[in-house]
Design a protein around this ligand. Structure first.
Ligand SMILES: Nc1ncnc2c1ncn2[C@@H]1O[C@H](COP(=O)(O)OP(=O)(O)OP(=O)(O)O)[C@@H](O)[C@H]1O
Length: 284
């Protein structure tokens, strides 16, 4: 089976009627209600919605950190044998970088590579390559507290990428390897929420470049509708709790986009109006 052709036709992630309830009986809280969503390989999808509508819950389910109460989540990856879900690579990145403070920048990345089973002899070089990707090679020997917030988030991004690395030295990129890269899913939960506007702008450029170069599939949660329009191929609007997909907005704007461009503001305005309507309906 030629995995690349078949896999590229499949969504990288498919949620079918996914529900999630916390607790049982009368005290049960329904966080997600029959959410269906396909994310294509190489697509950048942003999820927006009111606070508490279940965005983080959804990412946690896709990451496999929790199990849905109903419905199914499938991840299609180009595993060696081409089977669905085999060789699937998912990495999560949060608002807090959560780096180990006692390790250097390189040490943090090497640890992630070790967790992926990358042999010791390769780790230093691959950590260096990841630092090149986020333009922080010069800070390899620093510890997290010696970096700015934006730099720490770039290291967290490099670490997330490390967690999607393959166990073997990749060498040349053949079609199957490329298809596997496309089905690498990067889950980002408000990764830039704590940064100042200028640093966030820079990181938008950075994540867009890395997404393109590595052909990643990205599922990105944000409160910031403009950020969603700046980055996404598609913006998915969730309802107030329980989260359901209310509407999807394709973003047909040429890249790179500027967050303050009038066309970004216009589409963000439309989505925000829809979000307000939704929040109003729930009396939140
Ligand atoms: N482990 C849990 N146990 C019980 N309730 C939970 C748990 N995790 C989340 N919830 C509840 O599920 C709902 C959805 O939470 P979630 O964190 O997914 O929302 P969110 O959209 O990411 O919110 P925010 O935008 O404020 O970060 C909330 O009402 C929350 O209190």
């Amino acid at each position: 089976m030629t995995a690349d052709v078949q896999v590229s036709a499949e969504p990288a992630v498919r949620l079918s009627e996914v529900s999630k309830a916390f607790g049982t009986g009368r005290s049960a809280l329904l966080a997600l209600d029959r959410v269906s969503l396909d994310v294509a390989p190489g697509e950048f999808v942003c999820l927006v919605g009111a606070s508490g509508c279940g965005k983080s819950t959804l990412l946690n389910l896709v990451a496999g950190l929790d199990r849905p109460s109903g419905g199914t989540i499938q991840q299609h990856a180009a595993g060696k044998d081409g089977k669905d879900g085999q060789g699937s690579r998912v990495a999560l990145m949060f608002q807090e970088p959560a780096l180990f403070p006692w390790l250097t920048v390189t040490g943090n990345l090497e640890l992630a590579l070790k967790m992926r089973g990358v042999p010791r002899a390769e780790r230093r070089e691959r950590a260096g390559a990841l630092l090149d990707t986020v333009h922080l090679r010069a800070f390899a020997k620093k510890r997290p507290h010696q970096l700015s917030g934006g730099m720490r988030q770039r290291i967290a991004l490099a670490r997330a990428l490390a967690l999607t690395e393959q166990e073997h030295a990749s060498g040349t990129v053949d079609a199957q390897e490329e298809a596997a890269a496309r089905s690498t899913v990067l889950l980002m939960d408000e990764p830039f929420g704590a940064l100042d506007a200028m640093t966030r702008d820079l990181l938008h450029d950075e994540i867009e470049r890395i997404w393109r170069e590595r052909r990643l599939t990205v599922l990105f949660v944000t409160h910031n509708v403009r950020e969603a329009v700046r980055l996404g191929d598609r913006v998915v609007l969730l309802s107030s709790r329980p989260g359901r997909v209310v509407e999807e907005f394709p973003v047909p704007l040429e890249r790179p986009r500027r967050i303050d461009a009038p066309e970004v503001a216009a589409l963000a305005g439309t989505i925000t109006d829809r979000l307000r309507e939704e929040v109003g309906r729930h009396g939140a």
